[in-house]
Write a protein that binds this ligand. Structure first.
Ligand code: BJW
Ligand code: ZN
Length: 247
């Protein structure tokens, strides 16, 4: 059954010129990066919803930074897996391919993915919490030099360059993501499909006439909406489909 679904998706991809791929934490799972929800999703007793908010940061910036420092250390030791590699290859082989990622680990960047839109930011970018006017800066230091890290311009608190609940997603990236919903095939890979507005993109693509497919370990709210839902590990499913596309 799964083989037939993989054949069907490979057939759609073979005939597609515009392909859009939305990725989530499940794509990085085989690299050793913990997902947000499901087993292993908690840090100490906290959920992402408890820590990834401006309110949590203003109440306890050290606690929130400890969570990010732990993740930065863990992710610094992770490498792209075959799922990132297949996505990177496809990003260059289709006539037009856009990769929209919710992941902040930058493993798609390491895999050399073209046309990548990071809609939730990056763990490796920092900005000034006070918005003193300093431009966001890149910081890959592990461990961080100080905890919490400080803004080099004003000496106030720095914050991670990621999008927290209640914050807007970056405008340029979201406009490009919305435009990329006009495609022949839209794949949603390794995401629980519950965090909006990213989770709404697959519906937008379907409304626009795209063939939509989900590749995810577990069923999600998107499973019943897409034309094809295939459940399994992203690295294996993407490699199996890539294998079928070899002429
Ligand atoms: C595998 C696998 C393997 C495992 N292979 N698969 C009510 C309705 C609608 C919206 C809202 C609402 N109430 C509030 C909102 C808005 C809110 C939202 O969506 N909340 C929902 C929780 C309900 N959204 C926002 O606030 C966004 N901003 C916004 O909307 O602004 C306007 C607005 C503001 C206020 C109110 C209303 C509108 C911002 C969202 C920012 C999300 N940020 C985070 C943290 C980023 C920083 C950080 O990393 O620290 O982004 S939360 C976290 O979830 C992170 C992820 O990118 C995001 C999505 O998670 P993802 O990637 O799907 O991971 P998981 O763990 O959930 O799922 C992994 C999946 O992989 C699972 O299904 C596994 O089965 C699978 N898997 N291993 C394949 N090997
Ligand atoms: Zn500052």
């Amino acid at each position: 059954m799964s083989d037939e679904k993989l054949d069907l998706l490979a057939d759609r991809l073979r005939r597609a010129s515009r392909v859009t791929i939305l990725t989530g934490a499940g794509v990085s799972a085989a690299s050793g990066v913990p997902t947000f929800r499901g087993s292993g999703g908690l840090w100490r007793q906290f959920r992402a919803e408890d820590l990834a908010t401006p309110g949590a940061f203003s109440r306890d910036p050290v606690l929130v930074w400890e969570w990010y420092a732990w993740r930065r250390e863990l992710i610094a030791a992770c490498k792209p897996n075959p799922a990132h590699d297949v996505v990177a290859r496809w990003s260059k082989s289709f006539e037009r391919c856009t990769v929209i990622t919710q992941n902040v680990d930058d493993l798609h960047v390491q895999a050399d993915t073209a046309n990548l839109l990071r809609v939730h930011g990056s763990l490796w970018e920092l900005s000034c919490w006070r918005k003193c006017g300093a431009s966001p800066w890149h910081d890959e230091s592990v461990p961080l030099q100080t905890l919490p890290p400080l803004c080099p311009a004003c000496g106030g608190l720095a914050r991670p360059g990621v999008v927290w609940f209640g914050e807007s997603l970056p405008r340029r990236e979201m406009e490009a993501a919305a435009a990329a919903c006009a495609c022949d095939v839209f794949l949603t890979v390794g995401t629980s499909a519950i965090v909006y507005p990213a989770a709404g993109l697959v519906h937008e693509a379907k409304r626009g006439g795209a063939f939509t497919a989900e590749l995810n370990l577990d069923p999600t709210p998107a499973s019943a909406e897409v034309e094809l839902a295939i459940h399994g590990p992203a690295d294996r499913l993407l490699s199996d489909i890539a294998q079928r596309l070899i002429p």
